[in-house]
Write a protein that binds this ligand. Sequence first.
Ligand code: 1CP
Length: 373
Amino acid sequence: VVVRAQAAAAPAVADAPLMVRAARGEATERAPCWMMRQAGSGCAPCWMMRQAGRYQAAYRELARKHPSFRERSETTELIVDISLQPFRSFKPDGVILFSDILTPLPGIGVPFEIDDNKGPLLDNPIRSKEQLKQLHKLDLSQLQFVGESLKLLRQEVGDQAAVLGFVGSPWTLATYIIEGASSSLYKTIKSMAYSEPALLDALLSHLADAMADYIRFQIDSGAQCVQIFDSWGGQLPPSQWDKWSGPYLRRVIESVKSTHPSTPLTLYANGSGGLLERLGATGADVVGLDWTVDMADARRRLGSKSVQGNVDPTVLFCGEAAIEAAVRDVLSKAGGKGHILNLGHGVLVGTPEEAVAHMFALSKSIKAAELVT
Ligand code: 1CP
C-alpha cells in the first residue's frame, strides 16, 4: 500500500510539461501561462523614452551592476540568473531564455551593439551584393553561452515548467540587418524588395538556414518549445508578406520539423490580425496572438490550431478586477484546449509586479472545466 501511495504521489516525469501539452493541442486541466519582458515595441521612440528600466526590480538592479546588454545576454551565469527571475517570483509554466533575437548575428558575420538609448545598432548595414560575402554559416562555437544556459535552466526548472527558446524570423532579422537600427517605416528594406529582389532573397535564405540550425541547437541544448518572432511581419501588406516573410518562415519550420518533429514551434507576429490564416499555414504548431484580435475570431479563423495569448498588456495597469475580466474573457473564448495564456506582447515597462503576480495566480486558479464557452 505504501509503495502504491508513493507511486501515486510522485510527479509524472514521463508527462510533457503543461505548456508543451497545450502547444500540441491537448486539452489541459488549466491553461499554462508565461510572459516575456518587453523588448520590441514597434515604435522605437516609445521604448527609448522609457529607459527607466524593465518591470522587475531584480532585473533593474542587475542591469545597474552590469550595464552592457551584450554582457548580460552573453554571460552564462547572468543569462541563467535573469531567466530565472520571473520563475522565482511567479512560478510561470514557461521560462524563456534571456537573450535577444540579434544574439546569433555575430555568429553569421554580422556584428551589432545594443545602445541603451538607441536600441540595436549595426555599423555596416548590409545593402549590397558585395557585403553579402561577409555572411557565413552559423558558427555555434560563438553561441556556447546559449547552449550552456539552456542546459542549466533545464536542471534548475526540472519538471515545474517548460524551458523556452526563441529566434527572430528571417524578415524581422533582415529589418535590423538592412536598416541598421530599429525602424518605424522600414523604407530601406521595403524598397530593396522592389529594386533588388535577388539580394533580399539571398539574405533571407541565408537567415532561414542559419535560424533553422540555431533552433536545432537550442532544442538539442534543452529548449522544450521554441518561439519564432516575426515581430515586424505585420508591417508588410499581406501580399508582400507572402513573398518576403511566409516562404522563409516555412523554410525554417520545414527544416526543423524534418529533424526535430516533436518540439512545438510557436509563431508570433505583431499586428498580425490581417495575417492569421497565413501564420497558421506556415506549419507552426502554435500561433501567438497580439491583443488586437478577439480570441473567439482567432479560434474561428485558425480551426484546431493551438493559440497563445492574448490579454492586452496595459490591463495590468488597471487593477485586479480589470485583470480578472480580461483573463476570463480570453480563457473562455479560447476554450480549455490547445491554449497557452499570455499577454498579447511582453510586459510593459512600469507594470506593477503585483499585477503580474495576480495574473499568474488567476491562471492557476481557473480550471478549464469551469469555463463557460
Ligand atoms: O536590457 C534591456 O532591458 C533592453 C531591452 C531588451 C530586452 C529586455 C532588449 C533589447 N532585448 C531584451 C531581451 C529580449 N529580446 C527577450 C527576452 C525576454 C525575457 O527575458 O523575458 C526577447 C524574447 C527578445 C526578442 C526581441 N528583441 C524581439 C522580438 C520580440 C518582440 O518584442 O516582438 C525584438 C524585436 C528584439 C529587438 C530588440 N532588442 C532590444 C531592443 C531595444 C530591441 C528593439 C525593439 C524595436 O526595434 O522596437
